[in-house]
Design a binder for this molecule. Sequence first.
Ligand code: BJW
Length: 244
Amino acid sequence: MAFTIDPSTYLLVLTGAGISAESGVPTFRDAGGLWEGNSVTDVASPDGFRVDPLLVWKFYSQRRANMTGVSPNTGHRALVELERRLGERFLLVTQNIDGLHAAAGSERIIELHGNLMRSRCTVCDRDPFEDRTAYREGVAPMCGRCKSAGHDALLRPDIVWFGERIASAALARLDAFILTAGARLRFLAVGTSGLVYPAAGLVDVVREHGGKSWLVNAEAPANVGRFDEVAIGAAGTLLPQLFA
Ligand code: BJW
């Protein structure tokens, strides 16, 4: 099997946890995955954070620490190669917060669910900032800027939790790409279970615009029937072959 791109193709790629699995980053819903032992509502929702910010910080601190020494794999690098071929006709939308696409060299990226290595204030409007600290002292981190202004405010990871809105600028950039491409659009989803929206609905949006959709995944995900072509297997093996 091969996925054909020609000089008019616009390629929109959506990645999920599966593309980072071969780098050693746990997926969410696979056996032994990240959610096992953690209730999603406890650690990845605004309500969970309100109830127990320390638990949430412990969870994300551990994940920051776990990223030490983790590097991109052949799947990430195959997408860098595709971007080099297509230039402005390429856009990568990732649900992953691990930063591995940027580390591999991808440039045209939308990080739909945020970034693990950034924090932001829960109160003030300072920009999200790079923060690799894995908090261990049993105290949830506070905003230095708010403290200087005389009040206390919690920091939080710059991540989109369940029930939170995706940044409107990200959605606008995605819409603009899809509109420009029209029927020249090809959509490639890689390593995602197709359960979490709005990402899981992208395949339908592409179809409405007349585009074709391809899927590369280790197993058939929830929305497999909505793709035109499906390749089942490991992303790190299949991606370099499918676009050779
Ligand atoms: C391999 C492989 C290998 C393994 N090679 N493959 C419409 C319908 C129903 C519900 C909703 C809807 N619209 C919105 C919702 C609600 C909700 C939602 O989707 N709920 C569903 C669960 C039902 N969505 C939201 O709340 C979103 N917000 C929103 O829509 O806001 C609207 C709004 C409007 C007005 C007011 C307020 C709000 C936000 C979603 C945020 C998701 N965040 C998370 C956690 C944060 C990040 C973190 O902590 O890390 O993001 S959830 C979690 O799931 C994470 C992931 O990015 C996301 C997707 O997971 P993914 O990537 O698919 O991973 P897995 O593990 O599930 O799958 C991995 C796949 O890879 C598997 O299939 C493997 O087989 C495969 N694989 N190895 C290839 N080597």
